[in-house]
Design a protein around this ligand. Structure first.
Ligand SMILES: [Zn+2]
Length: 207
């Protein structure tokens, strides 16, 4: 065993991984990725949370499985298994407050050489996805793609924290239809910021 399973792969290597070699030699790798390294994920994170640059851990494992070819012979087919875990801040669509959403990805990919081959692959197995491999495969992009796909359709708290609005008569009824994005780009009111700095000025804002 000359391999070093779980050895962190440098960020540069992650963007240009020889995925065929990775699978063929049964390599394993693991690491951590910040949300700030994944711009499309970062775009989902509300701007007003203090620690928006959360960290995801990932593990990848290459393997091959013998498969019957068109010519009747068996050949090793490369596979990749990918697991990603972590949390990201999202905006609750019920109360419009930020909350921390845990995301888990556990996916298995059959790696093919070309788009044509990917199209030909019969999709009779829900457990396995097909990806087009490369000698300079962008693993960060795949991880980001999977995290985006694992985002909830409608992000919301399991149970929204109590707010003063919920105590008002009639506030528990229909959810408003507006997206609530109207004041997202506004600068924070300096007086509101001062208010938060006062002791006891942020009651009920724990997360
Ligand atoms: Zn909520």
């Amino acid at each position: 065993m000359t391999q070093n399973p779980g050895k962190p792969v440098s960020p540069a290597d992650l963007r240009a991984l020889d995925i065929f070699e990775f699978a063929k030699s049964g390599r394993q790798a693991a690491g951590a990725l910040r949300v700030s390294q994944m711009p499309r994920m970062l775009a989902e994170v509300p701007a007003d949370v203090p620690d928006r640059d959360t960290v995801f851990t990932w593990q990848g494992e290459g393997s091959t499985q013998p498969e019957l070819q068109d010519d009747g012979t068996e050949a090793p087919q490369p596979y990749l298994r990918l697991a990603v875990h972590g949390s990201v801040w999202l905006t609750c669509q019920r109360c419009l407050q930020p909350y921390s959403q845990h995301l888990d990805v556990d996916a298995t990919y059959r790696i093919v050489a070309t788009e044509e081959e990917a199209d030909e692959f019969p999709l009779d197995d829900d457990e396995v996805e097909v990806i087009v491999g490369s000698r300079q495969f962008d693993l960060v992009d795949l991880i980001e793609e999977e995290l985006l796909l694992s985002l909830p359709l409608v992000p919301k708290h399991g149970v929204c924290p109590e707010t003063h609005e919920s105590l008002l008569p009639g506030a528990a009824g229909d959810e408003p239809d507006e997206s609530g994005a109207a004041d997202e780009d506004e600068k924070p009111n300096p007086f509101a910021v001062l208010e938060k700095l006062k002791p006891g000025g942020s009651d009920g804002k724990k997360h």
